[in-house]
Design a protein around this ligand. Structure first.
Ligand code: ADP
Ligand code: CIR
Length: 346
């Protein structure tokens, strides 16, 4: 943010636009150790402040400033895809792993989380409950909603919430994240926060985290296509519900709060044991090996958490922008193949 904040451009803006751009940058102003340092506050911000965001996006995602994003879930013809189209980790000699694919989505009709009022948050949750009623009636996605909003009919206890966090189903208390707190994204906690969970706990929708919605599929297995295909079908169901159209940018694809997620909003991960690469008890070596493979390493409780017992790490392709959804899931498969070779060598 600081690197690409251009005073000359800023000085061409109206007073309202100046204030709005500063609000996008507040998290980085407050947190000097930020890697990115800015968040969009309105669905149109990436286009409204294009002279700023295009530079930030180009630098972070290593693309040109006039790069345009295209969304595409079709696997056919993707480089690295096995001939039978099946992204089966068992073919790499791996056991069943916890696989997860999530996408961030925001509703076009609301401000992004950093600029929402408490009423906006509660109203968005109410609107989503209409969608959940439809999902509850579907055999494949039926389940229940858990709300953290104190007055909500589906409100759950603090213990039940903590258990869902432990089970990797619900997100952590965001107030503890200084970047989200400064951006206003963690405000009004726990109002408008909750999650929808299918009966089999494999399909989940978070409400009120860094994006309005984080929609995900999770299951233990080896075939990555299973979580990928189930997520795509579910997304089409949600997007077809009236009044729930997702915020999209004409040039940048899916709009997310954080520029790091823009384009696909997708993160596809597996929890995989890397005992050799983490023999020193840290993820330092794993990170070194993963970087050139285009993979990110996280702890098993999510971003900024420690690695698990037996050196279990969360591995996901780093790219989200100017890459298709189909390429991301394939990159997870091809990346894991190379990572396994490095682990076996280490
Ligand atoms: P996000 O993936 O939404 O960017 P985090 O990295 O904070 O956010 O992870 C959110 C939650 O999802 C955490 O509880 C994390 O343990 C869980 N998670 C991520 N990947 C997997 C996976 N492959 N299997 C099980 N849980 C996962
Ligand atoms: C930073 O700039 O370091 C924080 N705002 C976080 C950036 C990473 N993005 C993310 O987790 N979505």
């Amino acid at each position: 943010m600081a690197k690409h904040f251009d005073a000359d451009y800023y000085n061409t803006l109206s007073d309202d636009d100046k204030k709005a751009l500063i609000k996008c940058c507040q998290s980085g102003i407050d947190n000097g150790d930020s890697g990115m340092g800015c968040y969009a506050m309105q669905p149109a911000d990436y286009d409204r402040f294009k002279p700023f965001f295009s530079k930030v996006l180009a630098d972070y995602h290593k693309v040109s400033e006039d790069a345009k994003h295209t969304n595409n879930w079709d696997l056919s013809g993707v480089e690295g895809l096995p001939a039978d189209g099946c992204l089966d980790l068992a073919a790499l000699g791996l056991p069943a792993l916890s696989m997860r694919v999530r996408v961030g989505r925001n509703l076009a009709d609301f401000p992004l989380p950093g600029a929402m009022t408490k009423d906006d948050r509660v109203n968005l949750e109410k609107k989503m409950c209409e969608a959940f009623d439809k999902l509850k009636a579907m055999p494949e996605y039926g389940g229940g909603y858990n709300s953290l909003t104190p007055e909500h009919p589906d409100h759950i206890s603090e213990e039940a919430y903590q258990q869902l966090v432990k089970d990797h189903i619900m997100f952590k208390d965001m107030a503890a994240d200084p970047y989200l707190a400064s951006a206003g994204i963690a405000a009004d906690w726990p109002y408008g926060r909750g999650c929808y969970v299918s009966e089999d706990r494999g399909f989940i929708i978070w409400v009120g985290e860094e994006d309005h919605l984080r929609i995900m599929c999770m299951r233990k297995g080896t075939v990555l296509n299973e979580v990928f295909d189930r997520l795509k079908t579910a997304l089409d169901v949600v997007n077809d519900i009236e009044g729930l159209s997702f915020a999209m940018s004409p040039d940048y694809g899916v709009v997310t709060s954080c520029p790091t997620n823009l384009g696909t909003g997708m993160r596809a991960s597996v929890h995989i044991g890397l005992p050799n690469l983490t023999a020193d008890g840290t993820d330092a070596k794993a990170k070194e090996v993963c970087r050139p493979l285009g993979l990110s390493v996280r702890g098993i409780g999510g971003e900024h958490t420690p690695i698990g017992e037996g050196g279990v790490c969360d591995i996901s392709p780093s790219a989200r922008f100017c890459i298709t959804e189909a390429q991301i899931i394939t990159a997870l498969y091809t990346g894991i193949k190379l990572l396994k070779e490095e682990e076996d060598k280490a």
